[in-house]
Design a protein around this ligand. Structure first.
Ligand code: A2P
Length: 274
């Protein structure tokens, strides 16, 4: 599965499964996790300025035996940056931290600063997206986009910028209804990436998912990931354990329509933030 691709609107190929690195501590932990993921076939690595591990992630990518052009690398602009100048500077800093000449995908991490969720940053988002468009035009980012954007945030960019975002990375997993955003993105050819595909692990206790998993002799995690692939999006599972990295990429089965419907019926976000 790690060598299968979707194609973005601008013809850039994106590996179907990505490896997420949120909450993987900078230094040895992030370095080893990314190195191990690459060793096990992952060719799509997702980091962010806010994860504070870009340098370790970049070093693992550079140290790997895989050619740069065969790895799809994503990073994200810190959520509090909402001016053009700061965005431009931060983008260059990302390349520097990663130690790369270009990035495959660069996205605005959120429509508002994390500590001011819901704030109207329409003008700021237009400004920072301009910096992303310039990076794209200069060939320093092969695709650009956003994360955690709802239709109204996306419409603002579409109305006031030149390039429709190629990607919107959202929290998406069994039970979390993202239909409005997905419908909007489909209409505008904005590709969806799904972070927290396992509901940061909490979905794995769900009995319906566990029962479906038994039908295929697979784990609950594999069902969560395959469900998203069958929805046509890119899941970004993360694990610091090699056997789980391997498991999360073993997708040699199809969930039946009946079971997909059962999974569709699950409701509620199981994530607990305490
Ligand atoms: P760990 O890193 O200790 O393996 P999500 O990708 O939805 O954010 O979920 C990530 C969480 O799920 C992490 O805590 C990770 O723990 C755990 N996890 C990842 N893959 C698996 C798996 N195959 N089985 C069980 N837990 C997993």
């Amino acid at each position: 599965m790690t060598n299968e691709f979707y194609t973005l609107r601008n013809d850039v190929k994106i590996p179907k499964i990505g490896f997420g690195t949120w909450q993987i501590e900078a230094g040895k932990k992030a370095y080893n996790a990314v190195k191990t993921a690459i060793k096990n076939g992952y060719r799509h690595i997702d980091t962010a300025q806010g994860y504070q591990n870009e340098a370790s992630v970049g070093k693992a990518i550079r140290d790997s035996d895989v050619k740069r052009e065969d790895i799809f690398v994503t990073s994200k602009l810190e959520s509090h940056i909402k001016t053009y100048d700061e965005a431009k500077e931060a983008f260059n800093k990302t390349l520097e931290e990663l130690g790369l000449d270009y990035i495959d995908l660069f996205i605005i991490h959120a429509p508002w600063p994390w500590n001011e969720m819901g704030k109207d940053c329409s003008e700021g988002n237009v400004q920072v997206y301009k910096a992303l468009e310039e990076a794209y035009e200069a060939g320093k980012a092969r695709a650009i986009g956003v994360s955690n954007f709802e239709p109204k945030h996306l419409q603002n960019i579409i109305d006031n910028n030149d390039i429709v975002p190629h990607v919107n990375q959202i929290g998406y997993f069994i039970g979390l209804d993202q239909s409005e955003t997905i419908e909007f993105c489909d209409k505008n050819e904005i590709f969806i990436e799904a972070y927290s595909p396992l509901g940061i692990g909490y979905l794995l206790d769900n009995e319906v998912i566990q029962n479906v998993a038994k039908n295929y002799d697979k784990s609950a995690a594999q069902i969560c990931i395959k469900y998203l692939l069958q929805k046509g999006v890119t899941p970004l599972p993360k694990s610091v354990h090699e056997h789980r990295m391997i498991e999360n990429a073993q997708m040699d089965f199809d969930i039946s329509e009946t079971d997909m419907k059962l999974l569709d019926k699950i409701e509620g976000d199981p994530r607990r933030w305490d």
